[in-house]
Design a protein. Sequence first.
Lengths: 109, 117
Amino acid sequence: EDQVTQSPEALRLQEGESSSLNCSYTVSGLRGLFWYRQDPGKGPEFLFTLYSAGEEKEKERLKATLTKKESFLHITAPKPEDSATYLCAVQPTGNQFYFGTGTSLTVIP
Amino acid sequence: NAGVTQTPKFQVLKTGQSMTLQCAQDMNHNSMYWYRQDPGMGLRLIYYSASEGTTDKGEVPNGYNVSRLNKREFSLRLESAAPSQTSVYFCASSDGIGGMRFTGELFFGEGSRLTVL
């Protein structure tokens, strides 16, 4: 059964304190792994797509990496505006996405 | 640039009532989706339409029907609402999900918050 698990559920960081969010997955084949950001009361917003193990993508203070079993979203020197819920999703072979339950990140000034 | 527009934004129903959630996108996307989001459950796919004229079931289709009215519009209907359908519903669109152009980027609407009493 295709499954996506994110950890931790919640994370509180001081401004400037770097950390990583984890997304582990078990799928029958992987077409892509995706990271999204969701602000309260809003729809998710796309961040990255990773297609194969070893691939990395960066955007400002965020860096996503992928292995054969998991992905990490590294946040370097976070700012309060990085506070949001970060969602991971996978697309196995086929036309459906499976989302994890997300990590709620709070960055304290 | 409106993107994905959902209506209504809020709705309260009584058990057994019916309603339709409307979704329209102005990005000329082929594929459209309906998700529901519940605390602790994440986003779950209800139905999707890979291209105009096609619809397919997702993870949790029971109790719902959809219509891909044209390339722009994709509606979700609850025929007889139940309290278990209390949720936040998101519509999304993308370039063709099965095609080589698919980047994984779904464009989401702002959500429709439905309460069934």
